[in-house]
Design a protein around this ligand. Sequence first.
Ligand SMILES: CC(C)(COP(=O)(O)OP(=O)(O)OC[C@H]1O[C@@H](n2cnc3c(N)ncnc32)[C@H](O)[C@@H]1OP(=O)(O)O)[C@@H](O)C(=O)NCCC(=O)NCCS
Length: 97
Amino acid sequence: MDRTGEAGTVIGSTGFELSRDGTDALIRSVAVAPDRRAAGAGSRLAMFALEQAAQAGASCAWLFSRRSGPFWQKLGFTNADRERLAAVLPETQQVCL
Ligand SMILES: CC(C)(COP(=O)(O)OP(=O)(O)OC[C@H]1O[C@@H](n2cnc3c(N)ncnc32)[C@H](O)[C@@H]1OP(=O)(O)O)[C@@H](O)C(=O)NCCC(=O)NCCS
């Protein structure tokens, strides 16, 4: 999903991939344009992805994070076991890569 600004420019994105059985979701591509950050948009986009994944049947959400760990921890995420993630979401693009 993309959020489009008043001028038609994309100011943010989010998405997710589901496991084959639909119970696990890998949250992807939550990003906000640099000049629009720190105003709550990233949290709203993350919550939107989580809600959509839950509506699609997922009961557990995972993600890879390099530098935005504190952002995700504020939303309730905790450190996870990468081997477990790879086991439940083996077909996702990031795990394959
Ligand atoms: C991470 C990102 C999406 C946050 O977007 P945002 O619109 O600034 O987020 P919010 O305004 O909802 O911030 C919510 C809280 O997280 C904090 N936060 C945001 N990004 C952070 C970061 N990289 N590190 C630490 N804290 C961060 C904010 O300070 C804010 O804290 P507060 O509630 O105490 O004020 C944005 O910085 C971004 O696009 N980064 C580059 C892409 C990226 O790393 N995406 C994550 C992929 S896993």
